[in-house]
Design a protein around this ligand. Structure first.
Ligand SMILES: *Cc1c(COP(=O)(O)O)cnc(C)c1O
Length: 369
């Protein structure tokens, strides 16, 4: 099966005698004892299993574990590490995960945050206690591109496990397991769900290892599992994921080109632009450049807020990956950090008509003149 076919037929396990075309939602928390039957809803559920199967197939993995959020999925990886483990993570790691490491795991895991666009910085950070290399590419919000194959090679030479947060690319545009990663993580809240109405997360593995078994135990015993409704919505959304991603990327690319020529825009971060420092790497490891971009306007935070508030089709809200365009001044959420000035605006290109979106941005920029 090829991608579009997997998205529609993968994991759609109909066992009902009525033969519905779409697998029903199974709400039952318990199942009658039989050989090989499911036992209890925290451990297993048919809709969760369907989501895990289709995500494993899309990422070319052998197994997947679904969680109640992206952070819960990442949390399971960190919980599965031995106490005292050393982790290398990107210096611009998704801020919610950086906070998780720094607040919950600070006394269990030692983390070095490095610039992953520079493999020699990763090589220099590897120590005997290093267990895990966490990659995020493209990164949030600077759309930095890490060379996944190079970093995996470096990690594996040192017996380090590699996890790649593939949320921004989606499995449609990037398959990190094929580049050598051991595990892939997604926030299902973003493109997988795609309609801004479900919180969820997933891990996919390329091999069934002891580490993977431990992660499965964290899922089933710690129990941060998604509901049957949530997993049903996610498998429903995945059916259109390949087509949504192409349309998100087409809109993002048009917006990036439009804004990069605009006199009131200082800088545009989009890996599809030839001027982006990670463009060549992105072209080699991605099949599309995604629907996310960031821009720095000429002006200060107040100007950025005035621009954002002037827009009609872009909602001023955090998150990404939904059918509706979203825009936010990023430092409202994560503060001013290195490389993220107060006037940096992050855009999630939705699926509205391209011309409507460009006209809206043009109108919004007029307040800055
Ligand atoms: C949103 C996001 C997460 C966290 O996912 P939640 O579903 O919000 O818990 C992790 N990584 C990236 C890149 C994200 O965008």
């Amino acid at each position: 099966m090829k991608t579009e076919t997997i998205a529609i037929h993968g994991g759609n396990n109909v066992t009902d005698a009525l033969k519905p075309v779409i697998q029903p939602i199974t709400l039952s928390t318990t199942f009658e004892h039989q050989d090989n039957s499911m036992l209890y809803g925290r451990l297993e559920n048919p809709n969760r299993k369907s989501l895990e199967q289709v995500m494993a197939a899309l990422e070319k993995g052998v197994d997947a574990a679904a969680f109640s959020s992206g952070n819960a999925a990442a949390n399971a990886v960190f919980q599965a590490l031995p106490a005292g483990a050393h982790v290398i993570a990107p210096d611009d790691m998704y801020h919610g995960l950086r906070s998780l490491l720094e607040t919950v795991f600070f006394d269990k895991i030692h983390v070095d945050f490095v610039d992953m666009t520079q493999p020699e910085q990763v090589a220099a950070a590897i120590k005997p206690a290093t267990h895990l290399l966490w990659i995020e590419s493209p990164s949030n919000p600077l759309l930095k591109i890490s060379a996944i194959k190079t970093l995996c090679h470096l990690a594996h030479e040192n017996d380090v496990t590699v996890v790649c947060d593939n949320t921004f690319a989606s499995p449609i545009f990037q398959q990190p397991l094929e580049e050598g990663a051991d595990l892939v993580m997604h926030s299902n809240t973003k493109y997988i769900g795609g309609h801004s109405d479900v919180i969820g997360g997933v891990l996919i593995t390329g091999k069934k290892t002891d580490f993977w078994n431990k992660i499965r135990s964290v899922q089933q015993l710690a129990g941060a599992v998604p509901s049957p409704f949530d997993t049903y919505f996610l498998t429903r959304s995945i059916k259109t994921l390949p087509y949504r991603m192409k349309a998100h990327a087409a809109n993002a690319s048009q917006i990036a080109r439009f804004l990069s020529k605009h006199p009131l825009i200082e800088k545009v971060y989009y890996p599809g632009l030839e001027t982006h420092p990670g463009h060549k790497t992105a072209r080699a490891q991605m099949q599309g450049y995604g629907g996310m971009l960031s821009v720095v306007i000429k002006g200060n935070a107040r100007d950025a807020d005035r621009f954002v508030d002037e827009l009609t089709y872009f909602s001023n809200a955090t998150s990404l990956g939904g059918v509706e365009s979203l825009i936010e001044r990023r430092s409202r959420v994560q503060g001013v950090t290195e490389g993220v000035p107060e006037q940096l605006i992050r855009i999630s290109a939705g699926l509205e008509n391209t011309e409507d979106l460009l006209e809206d941005l043009e109108k919004g920029l007029k307040v800055l003149r």
